[in-house]
Design a protein around this ligand. Sequence first.
Ligand code: AVI
Length: 313
Amino acid sequence: MSFSFINFPADRDDLRADVLTGLALSPKSIPPKYFYDEQGCRLFESICAQPEYALTRTEHTLMRDWLGDIAAAIGPVDCIIEPGAGDCAKVRRLLDALRPAHLVVMDIAGAPLDAAAEALSRNYPDLAVTALGMDFIHDLEAAAAHLPAGRCLLYYPGSSIGNFPPDAAAALLTRFRRLAGPEGQLLIGFDLKKDPLLLHAAYNDAAGVTAAFNLNLLARLNRELGANFEPSRFRHYAFYNPVAGRIEMHLVSLAEQDVNIAGQRFHFALGETLHTEHSFKFRRDEVSAIAQTAGWPLKAEWEQDGFAVQLYG
Ligand code: AVI
């Protein structure tokens, strides 16, 4: 078994600078990557198990039902790379089917990734596992030094691509193309456009886990930036915007209030929103158009129950 964990220390200044910049915008906005402190990771795993959030279960079923076809379309690979691997659960199916020699996983939440990747490596004694604790949106290119030679499959499941506006999604896929190299392939999973009421429910679960996930961002800013948000004075508010084709997630101020963050004061008017996430929903042709502009020709695709997986390369 070979396992290594390399941490690219998260720069607290990035969080501080991004938050101060985002709060100076109108409407106020904070990038969704900052949801994922340790509590945020736990809450996200719990979201994935909520009855209303079908996305994760549907992807799991699709990958189970079509694994043989998917593996045959991919063919032999030497390495699987997964940016944003989280608990490293999804990649296991592909490891079983493709038996690569190397796995490189990355996640902004370094400590949970370290634990998950080490546990995985104990189950796959012949696999060389490299875990990179990094903000891949920032540092993706630094991963190149940790890739073996040979055929790479870049795996980007979970509809994470939906958390980027289309231009940023195209830019990210372009960087994936460069990282994977000319022989590289990309397997990407994403949530499809569907009944807006189903989408609405998925981000407004009855148990309130998505609300807790959204509000946890304020607790993180209080802890890490010495902010003085009062979470009970903000409301989780998520809705599907069919014109833009996305879920929008906000924290709406329930009162007129001032908040101090890292020595600066920000005013929230009653009803003012802090935007925290976009989650775009797609038709298959919309993703293939984005991928095309990033230099990825479509090879094959699968669709089941409102979720799609596409293979590029
Ligand atoms: C990680 N990402 C794909 C999730 C999504 O559905 O956009 C994050 C999430 N936000 C609220 N619920 C889940």
